[in-house]
Ligand binder design. Structure first.
Ligand code: URA
Ligand code: SF4
Length: 192
């Protein structure tokens, strides 16, 4: 596997203090040949225990949304901005995000996604720092890329938000429909 070596390095990484309280690092999982890469924020409790991304309640809801557009986990690759769980699920500190960033860059360069779906505000702001998630969610856009000059991004709300606010579930499902639409229209956006 293309990513084996990176996954090994992440699993023993000590570049920031998040290594101290982790059970397992969570490098990422899925189909490394996929055209679509999802990027979440960071592992939670279940992810830390299993070493896999989005295996808790937010992950179950993510699966439902994927199924609603005819996709499954094996069709996409998922990684997070930070690979180790922040204690009590606090937001990662800027220094932690910075320390972990080269791994995400390397993943993007290996996977070469044609579409990057960011999940939540923090993931979006790594790539699209000037946007507000309340305005930007569900709208694909082109911005500077990592493996190609220009990259198509689709910022979405974090699936955990639907668990805190069940009234927002419909918005999540509506936004997800933009994934196949954007993939079908990539030519209109992308200028590699
Ligand atoms: N939330 C995230 O952002 N990432 C995970 O892997 C799990 C929950
Ligand atoms: Fe290393 Fe990233 Fe884990 Fe920090 S969060 S220890 S940089 S893998």
């Amino acid at each position: 596997m293309l990513l084996d070596d990176l996954n090994e390095r992440v699993s023993v990484c000590k570049l920031c203090d998040l290594c101290k309280e982790r059970t397992n690092a969570v490098p990422g999982a899925g189909n490394e040949n996929s055209d679509v890469m999802f990027i979440g924020e960071g592992p939670g409790k279940n992810e830390d225990l299993q070493g896999l991304p989005f295996v808790g309640a937010a992950g179950k809801f993510l699966d439902k949304m994927l199924n609603s557009i005819g996709m499954e986990r094996k069709d996409i690759y998922i990684a997070n901005v930070v690979k180790c769980r922040p204690p009590s699920n606090r937001d990662p500190l800027p220094a932690e995000v910075k320390a972990c960033w080269p791994y995400l860059e390397e993943q993007i360069k290996l996977i070469k996604p044609r579409l990057i779906v960011t999940l939540g505000k923090h993931s979006m702001q790594r790539f699209l720092p000037d946007l507000k998630i309340s305005e930007a969610h569900g709208e694909a856009r082109v911005a500077d890329g990592i493996w190609q000059k220009k990259q198509v991004f689709l910022p979405l709300y974090h699936p955990a938000a639907a668990l805190y606010n069940p009234a927002s579930r419909d918005v999540h499902f509506e936004d997800f429909k933009k994934i196949p639409l954007t993939l079908n229209n990539l030519k209109e956006y992308a200028t590699p």
